[in-house]
Design a protein around this ligand. Structure first.
Ligand code: GLU
Length: 484
């Protein structure tokens, strides 16, 4: 049987780290086993759907390279439609089948009656309080009367004393007792199916063989298995992936202000899709061997569902920036410029600058960048702000002979014909020869005197970008401090 897996987002929000991980592991599973990866839109929670949610989900899956085989924009007529709201008639038919077979029943209890039954608790807060089956016990006369009202839900009649056992890909054997489940609603008053009902019908009709999803769904699984049994269908194999937690062990929330949750934000910040793909693949899975920087095809090849973690996956921010930096280092200069330039433009940093200057500035930080937008703070750190020698720097440049070195450098710099990296390098070297200094005792004074920084990227490159006028001005400022 061909492997078919699905990612089934509700368009109640945008693609974030948590649901991307689900999508990615399903994708990897499909690709590893030569199967199909389907994206189905579970939009039945109408009030919670957000405008653009579906579009964002699909757009960012594509951006990440999580290429799906079927969805709303890649239709296989055998399985379409892929939006649940377009499948309402299908669910109605199956719900009716259960009613006709006495495996489900109409419930006419009003919200008020149900609330009273649960002692005032909402349904979510009272999963331990089971529905009283009042409507199952009504007399035919009562039912005839109630039918006129046409306001009803349909409940699944959960069999008693049954144990639902399944072999979870991640958790191993898991069992639930049917006695812990009340008769749950499969179709709401408005005729829209609930998640647990629609998901079973769809997974069955779409020939889904494996369901990999977040562990928060594990308590839904016995409800779903109950339905598979009622219909006489074979359930898919389930796998429930552990939570993603923060470094402090608490659950990662998409609303946590200290974490970037949404893929669109990573794109905006200049993260690379390949790096995110790599990083997210390691959230709850580890390849055999030490190497963690892996291309998409290597990840597919190495993916093994048996290596899905049984303990929570930690979202390590440093690891993400490390991985992204590794991928940025591999970029061609053209791609690097394309990644960084919009950020410089946004802050008017490159207004009126030549292409050459812009390219050189970006290239200067090639190895340091963790993400594209970081070009802005890096620029600000090394090229902006007041020239000011602090105490530590002053101690370094008031050492014996340093002032002479700085003077000699200024002299050599003034004599060069072109203010380019190569000529600046030559000026530094001749200063060293002249003053008989090298290494730190040469570069450190020159760097401080020209940039008022002790460390920084390659000095001749920085100076070329600063321009002759600015460099000479800074040298004069330093010399005036030293002569004062
Ligand atoms: N629509 C559900 C969700 O977004 C899908 C759960 C499932 O994969 O069954 O959580």
């Amino acid at each position: 049987m061909k492997v078919r897996v699905r990612y089934a987002p509700s368009p109640t929000g945008y693609l974030h780290i948590g649901n991307t991980r689900t999508a990615l592991f399903n994708y990897l599973y499909a690709k590893k086993h030569g199967g199909d990866f389907v994206v189905r839109i579970e939009d039945t929670d109408i009030a919670r759907n957000v405008l653009g949610g579906e579009e964002s989900q699909l757009k960012h899956l594509k951006w990440l390279g999580i290429d799906y085989d079927e969805s709303v924009d890649k239709v296989n007529p055998k399985y379409a439609p892929y939006r649940q709201l377009e499948r309402i008639d299908i669910y109605k038919k199956y719900a009716q089948e259960l009613v006709d077979r006495g495996l489900a029943y109409k419930c006419y209890c009003t919200e008020e009656e149900l609330l009273a039954e649960r002692g005032g608790l909402t349904e979510e807060k009272s999963s331990h309080i089971h529905y009283s089956r009042r409507c199952l016990k009504r007399t035919p006369e009562e039912l005839r009367e109630l039918e006129k009202s046409a306001e009803f839900t349909i409940r699944f009649k959960v069999p008693e004393n049954k144990t639902y056992t399944f072999n979870d890909i991640v958790k191993g054997e898991v069992s639930f007792s049917s006695n812990d489940i009340g008769d749950w609603v499969i179709v709401k008053r408005n005729g829209i199916p609930t998640y647990n009902f629609a998901v079973v019908i769809d997974d069955h009709l779409m020939d889904i063989t494996h369901v990999l999803r977040g562990e928060e769904h594990i308590t839904n699984t016995p409800k779903q298995i109950g339905l598979y049994e009622a219909f006489g269908w074979v359930p898919p194999t389930f796998g429930h992936m552990t939570l993603i937690v923060k470094e402090d062990g608490k659950k990662l929330s998409k609303r946590d202000p200290n974490y970037v949750a949404f893929i669109s934000q990573y794109e905006e910040m200049g993260y690379l899709p390949e790096a995110l793909f790599n990083f997210i693949s390691l959230l709850g899975w580890s390849p055999e061997g030490e190497e963690e920087i892996l291309s998409k095809s290597e990840i597919i090849e190495k993916f093994d569902e048996k290596r899905l973690s049984k303990s929570p996956a930690t979202f390590d921010k440093n690891k993400l920036t490390y991985i992204n930096n590794r991928y940025i280092k591999e970029l061609s200069i053209e791609k690097l410029v394309a990644l960084c330039r919009p950020h410089l433009t946004k802050y008017h940093i490159i207004d009126g600058r030549s292409e050459e200057w812009i390219n050189k500035l970006i290239e200067l930080f090639h190895d340091r960048l963790s993400y594209g937008a970081e070009i802005v703070p890096l620029y600000q750190e090394f090229f902006e702000g007041e020239f000011g020698i602090d105490d530590e720097e002053l101690t370094l440049i008031t050492q014996d002979g340093v002032r002479e070195t700085i003077e000699a450098f200024k002299n050599n710099l003034q004599n060069i014909t072109e203010f380019t990296e190569e000529f600046i390098q030559t000026a530094i070297k001749s200063t060293g020869k002249e003053m008989k200094v090298k290494g730190k005792m040469l570069y450190m004074p020159v760097r401080i005197a020209t940039t008022s920084k002790i460390h920084g990227p390659e000095l001749p490159k920085v100076l070329e970008l600063l321009g002759k006028e600015m460099v000479i001005e800074n040298l004069d400022k330093t010399l005036s401090i030293l002569t004062a």
